[in-house]
Design a protein around this ligand. Structure first.
Ligand code: ADP
Length: 158
């Protein structure tokens, strides 16, 4: 049985993240989507809220678990008993960053393997920061995020 960890900030989760997660859940026996956080860095949404919104957004995916962790991803993977990480790729700039991250993780833990899935063209330009920017400026971001995220962000005054 192969479990993959899908780590990220997910601040908030977008349809692009969800697409990678769905594909990952078809490949692996189980995928743990894990919000990585740093107590010194305040995010846009609290970690608890990010986890809650992800849970609501993935409730139909039976082999997906939602969690959060602080510290190194390789340590979290070890703790969860796996050596497989899942990440998504959009553009060549993602590639540069992900290459560095993947090689660093490999340096820290020899067993770790990162599997990359390429996003569908329609999700290519979606990012959490773009969603936040549109939201703060009262634009329409409905098609970029899962319904629970849209409902929450449309009704809160962050
Ligand atoms: P991080 O801060 O760790 O980069 P993100 O939440 O920004 O966390 O992204 C988590 C993962 O999801 C990364 O691998 C990122 O490239 C991928 N990702 C982000 N947005 C998209 C998207 N629109 N389509 C596919 N993958 C995406």
């Amino acid at each position: 049985m192969t479990t993959a960890i899908y780590p990220g900030s997910f601040d908030p989760i977008t349809n692009g993240h969800l697409d990678i997660l769905k594909s990952g859940s078809e490949i692996f026996d189980k995928v743990i989507i894990a919000v990585s956080y740093n107590i010194e860095k305040k995010g846009f949404l609290s970690v608890e809220k990010r986890v809650e919104l992800i849970k609501e957004s993935v409730k139909d995916l039976k082999n997906v678990e939602v969690d959060s962790f602080e510290g190194l991803t390789v340590d979290y993977a070890k703790k969860r008993g796996t050596h497989v990480l899942l990440r998504g790729l959009r553009t060549s700039s993602d590639f540069e960053y992900e290459l560095q991250l993947s090689q660093t993780n490999n340096y820290l833990s020899k067993d770790i393997k990162t599997v990359f899935l390429i996003t569908k063209p329609e999700y290519n330009f979606i990012s959490s920061s773009m969603v936040k920017e549109i939201m703060k400026n009262n634009g329409d971001f409905k098609q970029f995020v899962p319904d629970p995220v849209y409902k929450y962000l449309s009704n809160c005054d962050i």
